[in-house]
Design a protein around this ligand. Structure first.
Ligand SMILES: Nc1nc2c(ncn2[C@@H]2O[C@H](COP(=O)(O)OP(=O)(O)OP(=O)(O)O)[C@@H](O)[C@H]2O)c(=O)[nH]1
Ligand SMILES: [Mg+2]
Length: 332
């Protein structure tokens, strides 16, 4: 029986064959398997691909030495998510990524006035009002260095923060290098408000751009260049020396996530604005109830909402759409 594979399959297969990096090869193999139509004609092909995937996995786990299995290399393909969102800081060497992590979290990364300081990813939790967001600091990306695990980390993060050093003469070249390199790896940086894109093999990542080290002399021209290079992107001027700019950074990152905070209260209790439920923007009372407990929504008679209603404590039905910072009292 003929396999009848779509043309995109052959295109991706060529990429797969040419790829030298084991991790990227594994990712492409997994994509190929997903793309393969599942019927009798592809049975053998599916089995072959599964065998290749398991061999590649072994190679990744053993640092490419599947045959001898001599040592285990620590990989960073995945960083366990914590808090209401995972945000990855990427950028050229020395742009200030680690300084941002250091300023906004309890993490203590190495910060230095020379490039290639950061060797491994490091995480920290950043507080924004009543939510915690996870920041990931990463090794720099340049024409001299690219850690291949970054493709996965970027793909898995909720928001990308591209840190540009507006005091650097090399800023534009370095940033364009990164944008192009990521595009080759099928990661497309997009403005936060962009619509759902069409090419399923690409990862389109919501990106906030930082005009970092703002307020340095000579940064004016680069700030203008950033607006030209990244039209429609949210660009935030930041400096670790100015808390107001760091607050603006936190707010921009929170807003990029498309989430809202909903506080719950028991009948008769005072409102306590802490430990919100995190929900996608546009979620209903029913969704909030389900998040608390899966049976809860079915039992729900009505809810009272404080915050955005016409009056405080408005009685609402299950389909009522909540807003950020609403307080809900469930009646079952
Ligand atoms: N003036 C100024 N300097 C900053 C700012 N943020 C960071 N720096 C300095 O920039 C240099 C590089 O900072 P890092 O945080 O190590 O930069 P990085 O992007 O993590 O560098 P790599 O790990 O090498 O990629 C250090 O000397 C910092 O003190 C800022 O907002 N303003
Ligand atoms: Mg660093």
């Amino acid at each position: 029986m003929p396999a009848n594979l779509p043309p995109q399959y052959y295109e991706l297969e060529r990429e797969f064959r040419a790829e030298k990096d084991v991790r990227e090869k594994l990712r492409l193999a997994q994509e190929l398997l997903v793309m393969m139509p599942k019927h009798k004609g592809t049975d053998k092909l599916q089995a072959d691909m599964k065998a290749k995937i398991s061999e590649l996995k072994k190679q990744v786990e053993t640092g490419g030495e599947a045959k001898h299995g001599a040592h285990h290399v620590k990989t960073f393909d995945h960083i366990e998510r914590e808090g209401a969102g995972q945000i990855i800081l990427i950028g050229p060497p020395n742009s200030g990524k680690s300084s941002i992590l250091e300023s906004l979290t309890h993490a203590r990364p190495l910060v230095a006035d020379y490039p290639y300081t950061t060797r491994e990813p490091m995480t920290g939790m950043m507080e924004f009002e009543t939510v915690h967001l996870q920041l990931i600091d990463t090794p720099p990306i340049s024409n001299e260095q690219f850690e291949n695990y970054l493709t996965n980390l970027i793909r898995l993060a909720d928001t990308v923060v591209l840190v540009a050093d507006v005091s650097s003469k090399k800023m534009a070249d370095e940033l364009m290098f990164i944008v192009k390199l990521l595009e080759e790896k099928r990661i497309i940086l997009k403005p936060v408000e962009s619509k759902k894109p069409e090419e399923p093999r690409n990862a389109y990542k919501k990106t906030v751009v930082l005009a970092h080290k703002s307020f340095e002399d000579d940064s004016e021209a680069n700030r203008k260049t950033l607006n030209e290079l990244f039209p429609n992107f949210k660009i935030v001027e930041t400096s670790i020396l100015d808390d107001k700019t760091l607050d603006a950074f936190k707010k921009a990152v929170f807003e990029s996530l498309g989430i809202m905070r909903v506080y719950t209260k028991r009948i008769g209790d005072e409102v306590e604005l802490k430990d919100p439920i995190i929900l996608p923007i546009g979620s209903t009372v029913e969704k909030a109830a389900t998040t608390l407990h899966k049976d809860f929504a079915a039992k729900l008679k009505f809810a009272k909402v404080w915050g955005t209603g016409k009056f405080e404590g408005q009685k609402v039905h299950n389909e009522f759409v909540l807003s950020d910072k609403d307080v809900v009292e469930f009646h079952i």
